[in-house]
Design a protein around this ligand. Structure first.
Ligand code: IMP
Length: 444
């Protein structure tokens, strides 16, 4: 058995939804540990395409406990909309558990997120507009509303009456917006509370009970390493900690419980929102990646910026997360290219730099140093084993593994569950029996 953390090794949208869905088959418990409805994962099951924002993809397995952990922020309206959608499709949701200490996104958080972005003008972050930053800001400021506060009608009334009065001053004086009516917010959220109540638990305790029974626990990160509040491309980041270390705080477990960290990376790179992106492509190749990869955000529908694979940020993600194996997704998107480039280092003002610079200003100055490899010019979406892959595609994977200095456990070649090469099952397989840079799929 193994308790694994699945994280995004780039700027989010790496295809974690599909990988966690695959791994959830072997997991008894799946815990989403940070972020809110800014995330979006698409899971394709047979003919059905499900778009989820908060509920972990493990929900599709009725015997898997699905936990929305303490480190997340919950928008009850959207969460309950997802519950309704799943129920309508005949997918049960009674195994969905919600941490009582997660924070709640309120209407004023969404209003402030949108208004603050507008005021930032050319310095905007390009947020999803879902109130994520303001919800986490209230958490840090110790004025947030937690799920357990929703469960206490009298306390909620008192807390919201005071908070909404404060927020109305901000809405009026800072943003020139009309005030919120406290009574109608209280009524609306009291209604959500009753529907959420059967799902609310002390999730740290639930996870501990599972661990004591030697269950397999999967910790699911949202967004990606470069969007991490502490370790990402600050200030163009989200307001939580998607990195593997965030799993401990966001789930309420100690680091000794975690056996493995799986990093998910696309075979190229994408980014949504503002901020530097050294390998971004603006011409035909960028457009091809966008169209072939259907690179439009699940949450906002925004077009994702596309570029070549950046091994400098890849290595950084390996370091920051302690990644011990990789899942490379969307390899098939590169099928038609004559030549593929990989950024192996940066040039900053004439100096070679092999490491990710912490300052956004230096990062914006980075010129990628590329190594080109030949494309394979044939379809890979039907490949089900490493042997099925064209030699150039296998060489490309080996090259990525070599640059990142970690083996590849999974290769994804399309959205559906079967379009996958499992080099080795990272939950049940022997540790490190994976695709190494030398191309051997051999156990250590
Ligand atoms: P926020 O999380 O809505 O505050 O947005 C902050 C930054 O994170 C923006 O650049 C967003 O585009 C980005 N972001 C947030 N969630 C995701 C995600 O799930 N995938 C990709 N980018 C995201």
């Amino acid at each position: 058995m193994a308790n694994v953390v699945v994280i995004g090794a780039q700027w989010g949208d790496e295809g974690k939804g599909k990988i966690t869905d695959l791994l959830s088959r072997s997991a008894d418990v799946v815990v989403r540990y940070q972020g809110g409805v800014n995330a979006g994962h698409t899971v394709v099951v047979g003919e059905q395409t499900l778009k989820l924002h908060l509920i972990p993809s493990g929900i599709l397995y009725p015997d898997t406990q699905c936990i929305i952990g303490s480190g997340t922020v919950i928008d009850p309206k959207i969460l309950l909309g997802e519950v309704d959608m799943l129920e309508q499709l005949g997918i049960p949701t009674d195994h969905l558990l919600i941490s009582q200490t997660a924070h709640v996104t309120m209407p004023y958080h969404r209003l402030i997120d949108a208004a603050a972005e507008q005021q930032r003008g050319s310095h905007k972050i390009g947020t999803t507009g879902r109130g994520i930053g303001p919800t986490y800001a209230d958490k840090s400021e110790r004025t947030g509303i937690r799920v357990l506060d929703l469960m206490d009608p009298e306390g909620l009334r008192e807390q919201l009456t005071w908070t909404i009065a404060q927020k109305n001053i901000i809405l009026d004086k800072l943003y020139g917006l009309p005030p919120l009516d406290a009574e109608s917010v209280i009524e609306e959220y009291s209604g959500y509370a009753e529907r959420l109540r059967p799902h609310v638990v002390d999730s740290s305790l639930t996870i501990d009970e599972a661990w004591r029974k030697r269950k397999n626990i999967l910790f699911e990160g949202a967004q990606g390493t470069l969007l991490d509040l502490d370790h990402g491309t600050y200030p163009y980041v989200t307001s939580s900690n998607p990195v593997a270390g965030g799993a401990c705080i966001g789930a309420g477990v100690g680091p000794t419980i975690i056996d493995r960290v799986i990093g998910v990376a696309k075979a190229y790179t994408t980014r949504v929102g503002e901020g530097p992106f050294p390998t971004e492509l603006h011409g035909d190749v960028g457009e091809l990646l966008c169209q072939r990869g259907a690179e439009f955000g699940t949450t906002t529908g925004r077009r994702r910026r596309c570029g070549w694979f950046d091994a400098v940020i890849g290595r950084y993600a390996v370091r920051i997360n302690g990644i011990d194996c990789l899942a490379i997704t969307k390899l098939d998107v590169l099928d038609d290219l004559d030549e593929i480039k990989v950024c192996v280092a940066y040039d900053i003002d004439g100096e070679r730099c092999d490491h990710f610079p912490s300052s956004a200003r230096s990062f914006a100055n980075c010129q990628p140093i590329y190594k080109s490899v030949p494309g394979w010019k044939q379809s890979t979406s039907h490949c089900r084993s490493l042997d099925d892959l064209p030699k150039a595609a296998l060489d490309y994977l080996k090259f990525l593994a070599e640059l990142m200095e970690v083996p590849i456990a999974i290769v994804s070649l399309g959205a559906s569950r079967d379009q996958t090469i499992i080099v080795e099952d990272p939950i049940h397989g022997p540790k490190r029996a994976l695709l190494y840079a030398n191309g051997e799929a051999s156990a250590q």
